[in-house]
Design a protein around this ligand. Structure first.
Ligand code: SF4
Length: 492
């Protein structure tokens, strides 16, 4: 039995939080803790000595969910001497001391700008036997400069910026993540080089508004240059990015995407609304014409690009006519997929105070009409791919039914989800991270199937990295290997 203290991180919210959780895990492992996974008996925290909640304030009812879970943890902690609970992320940044007044059994509250302080705060709370709250207003250390425990050996997030200088009226991010801070291109590329040397072959550049990247150091073309620089990193096969912003999206980025071999033909371009008056009231400074112009230019430069979006239905003041404008833009844009949201009030955002909140039943009816249109279009677009061959990078955890259907799942270059039949011969199967060509035999609205034999299976460095990370550990139990602890799929 090892004496190593254990930890578990519970993550809510966006990719930014997922990425921050990788940093939190890396910091705790550097401090000598080893990870335990949640179990059916212990779904919250897996019985770990240190349980960290990395919270999100964006979702509706985020408060209820967090405080409900913390209430449950009080009972867990009472039966687990020495256990510590930490709360970080956007809810911590927003609620601060309120967390301790509602859940006094919490040991540490830390904000979005001082993730790096967590190990010290935990230690201080233990030694002083007193809860520690540390929220700072500005970024202390760029998250990517902190140690990390990546969730995948072949694919990684890389932050280019944090925070946002926009003030969309429905969004709590500017209040909680602060002004945009850009990372130097040299630092970003150095991190990518290190990741690629470790076996990573796909990276996703991450920022609240990647197209504003460079604003802090005065280079408006910095993002396009960064994409082109990624094209020169040997061994880097796939580059993606999220999220862009129609206001700042410029033609130099389109050209860089089209001309850089490893930047994937995929674009997630948040629309939010097709109505100009609603966009104005959302304080999103582009209009539908500009949005459609971007889509047109992207399609001209990359005819096979899959374009996806985010749309909010039922924003305060949205009339039937406004909603019709959204339906028109959706019909014209032919999205491969759309993430659709029913507007709900976020306390602390300007939109929450706006008059003319749309009744729930109207929002619901519009939402259902929108979903139907979105699904029809994405299905039609997917059907166009039937009979074609797509390059799939296999991944772990993409297909819930893979074991029962004898398939492995992965992403095409345009990020479409593909479920691929793989034979019974285990030696011939792709590993997560490996790449092969698959013929699309069936299209559904949200995925493609391939039930013919794969071609050109390529054993990649990413697949090697996955295999190394999942090989039976030679080290004694309880010693963190610093690599993800994936289980092999059943039967391998
Ligand atoms: S661009 Fe708007 S929605 Fe996106 S993070 Fe900034 S304020 Fe929020």
């Amino acid at each position: 039995m090892s004496n190593t203290r254990t930890y578990n991180v519970i993550t809510y919210g966006c990719q930014m939080n997922v990425h921050d959780s990788e940093r939190i895990s890396g910091l705790l492992e550097e401090a000598g803790l080893s990870r335990v996974e949640a179990t059916p008996e212990s779904p919250l925290g897996g019985g770990a000595d240190v349980v960290v909640f990395n919270t999100c304030a964006v979702r509706e009812n985020a408060d209820n969910r967090l405080y409900g879970n913390l209430g449950h943890m009080a009972r867990v902690k009472a039966e687990h001497p020495g256990m510590q609970i930490a709360v970080g992320g956007c809810m911590a940044q927003k609620d601060r001391d309120v967390i301790l007044s509602k859940a006094p059994w919490v040991d540490v509250v830390f904000g979005t700008h001082n993730v790096g302080s967590l190990p010290v705060l935990l230690e201080r709370a233990r030694v002083e036997e007193e809860a520690q709250v540390e929220i700072v207003e500005a970024l202390q250390n760029f998250p990517s400069n902190l140690p990390s425990r990546r969730e995948s050996p072949y694919s990684a997030w890389v932050s280019v910026s944090v925070g946002c200088n926009n003030t969309c009226t429905f969004c709590i991010v500017p209040a909680l993540r602060g002004k945009e801070t850009d990372r130097r291109p040299g630092d970003i590329l150095a991190e990518i080089e290190v990741l690629v040397a470790q076996g990573v072959q796909e990276i996703t550049l991450l920022g609240q508004n990647v197209n504003a990247y460079g604003v802090e150091f005065g280079d408006r073309q910095a993002f396009a240059k960064l994409l082109r620089a990624c094209g020169r990193v040997e061994g880097l096969e796939r580059v993606r990015f999220t999220s862009p912003h129609p206001k700042d999206f410029t033609d130099d980025v389109i050209a860089a995407m089209a001309e850089t071999h490893n930047v994937m033909p995929q674009l997630h371009m948040p629309l939010q609304s097709g109505s100009d008056s609603i966009l104005k009231s959302m304080r999103r400074s582009y209009r539908s014409e500009r949005y459609l112009g971007i889509i047109e230019r992207v399609r001209k430069a990359m005819p096979h690009a899959a374009i996806t979006t985010d749309i909010i239905v039922g924003f305060p003041g949205e009339t039937e006519e406004d909603f019709e404008r959204t339906m028109e833009v959706v019909a014209a844009s032919r999205f491969a997929a759309a993430f659709t949201f029913q507007y709900s009030k976020r306390p602390g955002t300007p939109a929450a105070e706006m008059p003319d909140q749309v009744p729930k039943e109207i929002t619901q009816a519009r939402y259902e009409r929108l979903i139907q249109l979105v699904n029809e279009i994405s299905w039609e677009e997917n059907r166009k791919l039937q009979g074609t061959e797509v390059e799939v990078m296999f991944a772990l955890g993409e297909g819930r039914k893979d074991t029962e259907t004898n398939r492995m799942s992965g992403r095409a270059r345009d990020n479409r989800l593909v479920h691929v039949s793989v034979g019974d011969d285990l030696a011939e199967r792709p590993r997560p991270g490996d790449v092969a060509l698959a013929t699309v035999t069936h299209a559904a609205p949200h995925h493609l199937n391939s039930d013919l034999p794969i071609r050109g299976l390529r054993r990649t460095r990413g697949g090697d990295a996955w295999e190394a990370a999942t090989a039976p550990a030679a080290a004694p139990a309880g010693v963190g290997l610093g690599m993800p602890a994936f289980g092999r799929p059943a039967g391998t």
